[in-house]
Write a protein of this length. Structure first.
Lengths: 115, 311
């Protein structure tokens, strides 16, 4: 189960584990194709050329495999799509709920996922 | 710094800007659309569009994607999700600088900067967004299964979404600052007939409560000034839109007291060669169809301006 975006997808919990293990900086947007999620995918697509040290991915919120993000303790209070998680050296360093704009996303990337 | 010349620059890539781009592109006018966010504007944030003539039902994303494809197919250039760092629109040549890197210039400019959802701007709102506070019932409604929630607003969106949220919530309280609703009669009747919906009128929220997750609200009765508290799991805010014109405040473009662009019937602003279209204008109704009409009129008048003010 993957989303019809132009981003690379995380399809399984195994993919997720390998991704954060093998890459220093990772941002994953876990959502649906709804009004609060699509603008975040769009920002991520545009940022790929600018933040080449970050791996940008999406994951389908309704996939059972996305429990790895949905049930993460950092997301326990989240009640708005999408859930966006940021990893540095395999550790979750930031997470947001609901729509975020370019400025908010780059703010987190610049602070938490530096080169 | 890079410089690139166009005949017309359109600020904003919602339905107004994209329509203007389609008309200008078809007329072989060299056109650039710049948007600081996603192309499609407010339309992308609309789950379903049912009243766009000629199309029975379409998602806002699909509709704006099609408009974007049309504009591109007619030769329009489009850039999105960029920072507009400087604008100079007074002189004969207008210029827009993006990301402090590239300056684009043109002889005519169309301001189609659109609108954005109003927020309450009270303590706790930004911290608890996505943690109990939502602006999209379709997106987040299912997080509130069997929960008690509040819907803020009194227009069509507020009352229709309050009704739809009763599919999930055990109780919905509509909280509205006036003593009557602005919604259409059918939406009011449907909400009033729904046994899961209560109403609190002439009141507004003064504070969102919760540490990492919304747990309640404080609200004030505007008649007697009394402040009350209510325990709630969620609040959905639908209090309309405001013109997205903050970047125009220091540009000499004439705005009204609400920050909306003032135009004449040709959609000309007070600055020669600068037109406005769509939800940023001082108008009563803001629909995709009215934005599309504005984009058409602004584009055609821009073409006329270019022809009568030749290089």
């Amino acid at each position: 189960m993957v989303l019809p975006t132009n981003l690379k997808h995380v399809a399984t919990a195994k993919d997720h584990a390998e991704l954060i293990e093998n890459n220093e900086n990772v941002m994953i947007c876990c959502g649906r194709m709804g009004p609060m999620c699509i603008p975040v995918y769009d920002v991520m697509e545009k940022l790929q050329d600018e933040y080449t040290h970050v791996e940008f991915r999406d994951m389908a919120f309704d996939s059972p495999e996305a429990a790895v993000i949905r049930n993460h303790p950092a997301c326990s209070s989240f009640m708005g799509l999408p859930f966006v998680v940021y990893y540095k050296n395999g550790e979750l360093v930031a997470a947001t709920s609901s729509i975020q704009n370019r400025e908010q996303i780059t703010g987190i990337l610049d602070e938490k996922l530096q080169q | 710094m890079n410089e690139k010349d166009y005949d017309v620059i359109i600020l904003g890539g919602g339905p107004a800007g994209l329509t203007a781009g389609i008309y200008l592109g078809r007329a072989k006018v060299k056109t650039l659309i710049i948007d600081s966010g996603i192309i499609g504007g407010q339309t992308v944030l609309t789950y379903e569009v049912a009243n766009y003539p000629g199309i029975e039902m379409v998602s806002g994303y699909e509709l704006s994607s099609t408009m974007q494809k049309q504009a591109l197919s007619f030769g329009c250039d489009i850039i999105s999700n960029v920072g507009i760092t400087e604008t100079d629109i007074i002189g004969e040549i207008k210029s827009v600088t993006v990301n402090n890197e590239t300056t684009y210039s043109s002889r005519s400019l169309i301001l189609a900067t659109g609108g954005k959802s109003r927020t309450l701007n009270v303590p706790g709102e930004s911290e608890l967004k996505g943690k109990g506070i939502s602006y999209c019932a379709t997106c987040d409604g299912d997080f509130f299964q069997d929960k008690e929630i509040v819907v803020v607003g009194g227009g069509n969106s507020a009352l229709e979404e309050a009704d739809s949220l009763t599919k999930y919530a055990s109780k919905v309280t509509v909280l509205h600052e006036f003593d009557e609703f602005q919604a259409m009669e059918h939406a009011i009747e449907k909400a009033k007939a729904n046994p899961k919906i209560d109403f609190i009128l002439k009141s507004h929220i003064t504070e969102f409560q919760g540490n990492g997750k919304l747990t309640g609200i404080k609200y004030k009765n505007l008649d007697n000034g009394d402040t009350n508290e209510m325990k709630v799991d969620g609040v959905f805010i639908f209090i309309g839109y405001m013109a997205n014109t903050k970047e125009l405040e220091n540009t000499h473009i004439k705005l009204n007291e609400k920050g909306e662009v003032i135009t004449d019937e040709n959609l000309s602003t007070n600055v020669p060669g600068v037109f406005a279209a769509g939800d940023n204008r001082a108008v009563k109704y803001r629909q995709i169809t009215t934005a599309v009409a504005d984009g058409t009129v602004a584009a055609l008048n821009s073409i006329e301006y270019l022809s009568t003010h030749s290089k």
